[in-house]
Structure formats: structure tokens, C-alpha cells
Design a protein around this ligand. Structure first.
Ligand code: CA
Length: 225
């Protein structure tokens, strides 16, 4: 899953980038409203964390422009403006959640998890696909209760595929949701990571749909919990 962090405070940016990376997300950063608007319109993020007091264009205007332009990405506003009237303005501009500074990182991460699962149509806090389970709270996955040892990129790939299980996902879509914009994508092809995941999960869990992409689904006979 790939997140856009819009924040102009360098210390908070550093802190949040670390926390988000630890939690298994690819993170792009925009330090002002102009860049935020551009990235939000051109990159398919899974969610945005949006500060309101920003250089160049303020956060509420950015959000209004995105929504007018049919950018449907879930947006969590993270701001020092904590008055009820600011919250109403934020939600009415198209925000999906609102957290006032100062905040606890754990609460931000929990709200982000809730936002991501709701936008992908899931209600349960952990994801299942047959005997395969993934718990975004711990950034861990298991098969039949046996923990899987995954690298951060393997985990990110599995997380995205479990969020969208049963659907054929193209390579381009996977690339767009796995890597941040500065990542050297050429040397890290999706095929390689799919191959590694198959070794760890069992090859038959990820189906290759020729010319279209990959599909993660329960094995025949497995109940999807
Ligand atoms: Ca600010």
C-alpha cells in the first residue's frame, strides 16, 4: 500500500515517514499544497495524510480541487486546527477522517488501517484468504498459523493482493501501489517478488492470468474465513 504524506514540518515529516515505513507502507512526501495537488492527481495512492496549514496552497483547497477532479483517494486530515468548525469544513471538503495535533502515532496508524480497509471494502481488522492470514496491526502474515518471514516489499505486495483478493491485478497496478516515486523500479521487477512470494506461500496461491496479471485466491476446497 502506498501513502502520500502532505506535511511542511520537517521534523514531523521525518518522524511520520519512519513510522509509516515501519508499518509496511511505501511513502511519498509533498512539502507544499502545489506538489500535493499534483501528486494526488497523477499517482494512485491508497490513502493521503493531509496537513491543512501548507505553503503555496492550503490543505482544504487542495482537497476541494481533488474532489472536484474526481480524485477519490481516502484522505485523513492531520492538523493543528482542532476546532469543531475546522473539522466540519474538512469533512465537507471531502475528508474521510480527521485527527488533531498533537496526536499519538499509534492512533494515526490505527485510523489509517481503518481507512484503508474500508476503502477496499473490508470490515475485519485482519485479512484472510483461505489458510493465509495477514494482520496489518503487526505487519505480519501466516499460513495455517505458521508465521511467514517476509521482507518489507514482499509484505507490501501480499498486503495489496490480499486487500484486492479474487481480482486480477496487473503488473502496472502493483508497481504503482508498491513503490514510492524515488524507488528504482527497473531493478526490482514484480515477477521476481511474485516468484519469492510463491516460494513462501505455496506456488498455487497466486495465479498468473496471461497478459493480464496475477490473482490471489483461496485454494480449491479452502473456506475463506
Ligand atoms: Ca503545517
Amino acid at each position: 500500500m502506498r501513502i502520500l504524506l502532505v506535511e511542511d514540518d520537517p521534523d514531523l515529516t521525518r518522524q511520520l515517514k519512519l513510522a509509516l515505513a515501519d508499518a509496511g507502507y511505501a511513502v511519498d512526501h509533498a512539502p507544499d499544497g502545489e506538489e500535493a495537488q499534483f501528486l494526488g492527481e497523477t499517482e494512485p495512492y491508497d490513502a493521503v495524510i493531509l496537513d491543512l496549514g501548507l505553503p503555496k496552497v492550503d490543505g482544504v483547497s487542495v482537497l476541494e480541487r481533488w474532489r472536484r477532479g474526481s480524485v477519490a483517494t481516502p484522505v485523513l486530515i492531520l492538523t493543528a486546527r482542532g476546532a469543531w468548525s475546522d473539522k466540519v469544513a474538512g469533512f465537507d471538503a471531502g475528508a474521510d477522517d480527521y485527527l488533531a495535533k498533537p496526536f499519538h502515532t499509534e492512533e494515526l496508524l490505527a485510523r489509517l488501517r481503518a481507512l484503508l480497509r474500508r476503502s477496499a471494502g473490508h470490515a475485519a481488522p485482519s485479512l484472510s484468504c483461505g489458510a493465509l492470514r495477514l494482520d496489518p496491526r503487526a505487519a505480519r502474515a501466516s499460513v495455517n498459523g505458521e508465521p511467514l518471514r517476509l521482507t518489507s516489499l514482499e509484505y507490501r505486495l501480499l498486503h495489496y493482493m490480499m486487500m484486492h483478493q479474487g481480482r486480477v491485478i496487473g503488473r502496472t497496478e502493483l508497481v504503482e501501489h508498491l513503490y514510492d516515486q524515488d524507488f528504482d523500479r527497473d531493478s526490482n521487477t514484480i515477477e521476481v517478488f511474485i516468484g519469492r512470494l510463491r516460494k513462501k506461500l505455496g506456488a498455487e496461491r497466486i495465479e498468473t492470468v496471461r497478459g493480464l496479471g496475477y490473482r490471489l485466491a483461496p485454494l480449491p476446497g479452502e473456506e475463506n474465513a
